[in-house]
Design a protein around this ligand. Structure first.
Ligand SMILES: Cc1cc2nc3c(=O)[nH]c(=O)nc-3n(C[C@H](O)[C@H](O)[C@H](O)COP(=O)(O)OP(=O)(O)OC[C@H]3O[C@@H](n4cnc5c(N)ncnc54)[C@H](O)[C@@H]3O)c2cc1C
Length: 266
């Protein structure tokens, strides 16, 4: 039977807004341990139903094709069976409208490997850590905070999360709670299209950084020796922040060429 490749079950689904969800999946077999920041594949067949608020597929998937895409894991690194993902629906995409149509108890494919060089555990002890994200780029940072915030009391850890509107800020409650709980953790949400009740920052991430928010608010200097940067999300933001960091002497991290700036676009 074609669906026998499915090896996991949906155990939780939280709709953040109609096009953003947190989905929790339990695999039939335990996976090898992973590091915070890594990703795995999720997959569904082309014959699965698409969500009711999706659009016509730009490139229709074949009925019997297993559509697979990588997703960052938001769970703490000790997990081997229960995995959480934060997913944005691409309305005309192949996989995400099918993922959005899943309900608790439905079956899904999870890749056999967990991989990725976006490894938050590689930062030297004592360095400050700045994590910058738009959209679902926040997922690897949630994994890191859930895994390691207690192990890094000597580091200042800052999460800067950019979104258009308040209801696009996934994990807002968890991040706010962490900020209240840990003296070395700072959460900076910023909105580009806020409503009247929003009292936080109202700039895009690039402008916040250019206005020296890190220096002024947290006494953190962008210095490759003392501060590591992680940047995930929209390619445009990632490009601008990378350029800004380059001027301070930051180099992009690659396993063959270690740098102080870790970058992932999606
Ligand atoms: C390392 C990594 C981690 C990621 N983690 C996450 C995550 O945590 N959460 C998350 O939401 N996403 C994540 N992504 C993105 C994810 O893998 C998918 O790309 C995304 O969900 C869209 O998948 P889709 O099948 O719905 O869209 P697709 O069908 O892949 O389409 C995406 C867009 O491209 C267009 N398109 C499709 N095919 C073509 C083509 N042949 N030519 C031109 N345009 C085309 C579509 O119209 C659509 O606008 C990650 C990506 C990477 C690389």
């Amino acid at each position: 039977m074609v669906s026998s490749i499915y090896n996991a079950t949906v155990i939780g689904k939280i709709i953040v807004n109609p096009d953003l969800m947190i989905i929790q999946i339990s695999t039939d077999e335990p996976k090898s341990e992973f590091e915070a920041g890594q990703h795995t594949l999720l997959g569904l067949y082309g014959f699965e139903k698409r969500s009711s608020n999706s659009a016509i597929e730009s490139f229709p998937a074949d009925h019997d094709q297993l559509i697979k895409r990588p997703y960052s894991i938001a769970s703490a690194k000790g997990e081997t069976r229960h995995f959480e993902f934060y997913i944005s629906q691409v309305k005309s995409g192949q996989l995400t409208p099918r993922l959005f149509n899943l309900n608790i108890g439905d079956r899904v494919y999870v890749g056999t490997k967990i991989s990725g060089i976006f490894r938050l555990d590689e930062t030297p002890d004592g360095t400050d850590i700045i994590m910058v994200a738009t959209g679902t780029g926040i997922a690897p940072y949630i994994s890191f905070l859930r895994s390691s915030i207690v192990d890094r009391p000597e580091s200042k850890i800052v999460v800067i999360q950019g979104a258009a509107r308040r209801w696009d800020l996934g994990y807002y409650s968890e991040l706010t709670f962490l900020e209240k709980s840990y003296a070395n953790f700072f959460y900076v949400p910023t909105l580009t299209d806020p409503d009247d009740r929003w009292e936080g920052y109202q700039l895009c991430i690039e402008d916040l950084l250019r206005k020296d928010i890190l220096q002024n608010e947290f006494n953190i200097t962008p210095d490759p020796e003392r501060t590591r940067f992680f940047v995930t999300g929209k390619p445009e933001m990632v490009g601008h922040v990378s350029e800004w960091l380059h001027d301070f002497g930051y180099e992009k991290h690659h396993p063959d060429n270690p740098g102080e700036m870790y970058v992932e676009e999606f």
